[in-house]
Design a protein around this ligand. Sequence first.
Ligand code: KG4
Ligand code: ZN
Length: 338
Amino acid sequence: MERRPVRILAVESSCDDTGVAVLEDFSVRSNIIASQEIHARYGGVVPELAGRAHVVHLVPTWDAALEAAGLRAEDIDAVACTRGPGLQGSLTVGFAFAKAWAWSRSLPFVPVNHLHAHIWSHFLEPGPAPAFPFLCLLVSGGHTLLVEVRGPGQLKTVATTLDDAVGEAFDKVAKLLGLPYPGGPEVERAAAGGDPTFLSLTRTRLQDGNFSFSGLKTQVLHALQRGMAADPKFIERHRSDVCASVQAALVDVLVDRVVREVETSGIQVIALAGGVSANTALRERMLQLGALHGWQVHIPPMSYCTDNAAMVGAAARMVYPPENPSPWGLGPDPRMPF
Ligand code: KG4
Ligand code: ZN
């Protein structure tokens, strides 16, 4: 007899997007995201406001996800939710509601690590999913990780950042240039038509193989200070050139580290994940390298790069049914380790 697919309702509320998705196994029946516009005027996410906005958005988003999936609450087999890492208040809203909903319906509850979810987004249909083992470059607003993925529960960090995450570097440079938050897409847009050699920025390559991005922000700050002293319209005139230079430097550092890992590990399957994987320059460089060397490069669709609940569902499905049920007393973990 054919097995009925497992229907998972998944929730993501680790930062400023309220996401609810419904999956049938790895097929996405719906994936709804309510973004919070309120943070733009503060130039970054305000944790307290994010938590409050989740309270407002969660139930309508939940209902919309069920409706878009054409399913009723009774059709759901399990509930998954991001447990961490993320903002305490934001996580608490999603986690408490999702857990209570699961508990009231006697459904299994699956807590999910947000970073693992970015990786498992590659298993959402239509795929193709990367074959094990693969290297995942996980680049988001809070993390920059290169991970060797051998299977569910078999994730080994081979490089991490010692200071800023690469998304944070994009965001901080955007702020210096007076561009709105989130800065990554703004820097990418402004970089189009700019001269990537305008600033000569250091490509930091640490001996221990880890990443470091905080120096780049300081270099840009000093270049802007020098430029503005000579020409008060420097930023206006050279915004594109600065953005192109920054983007080129960040992409070079990421790609260089991936290439070294492919060479040392012999693993030729590579996946990009996290918000910065939406960056076209990074996507294209990785695809070109893949074509050149015969490596398999997996790039997520744009909708699965930034935070979403479908990836949380995918992570839950990877471990479903869980070996042990999650204790009902479990809480969110803002500093949940990778
Ligand atoms: O994964 P994500 O949505 O949230 C976190 O878990 O952090 O990543 C957000 C980060 C932000 O720093 C944002 O500026 C960056 O991803 N980002 C980009 C692009 N789109 C989003 N960075 C560079 N280029 C982009 N197109
Ligand atoms: Zn994320």
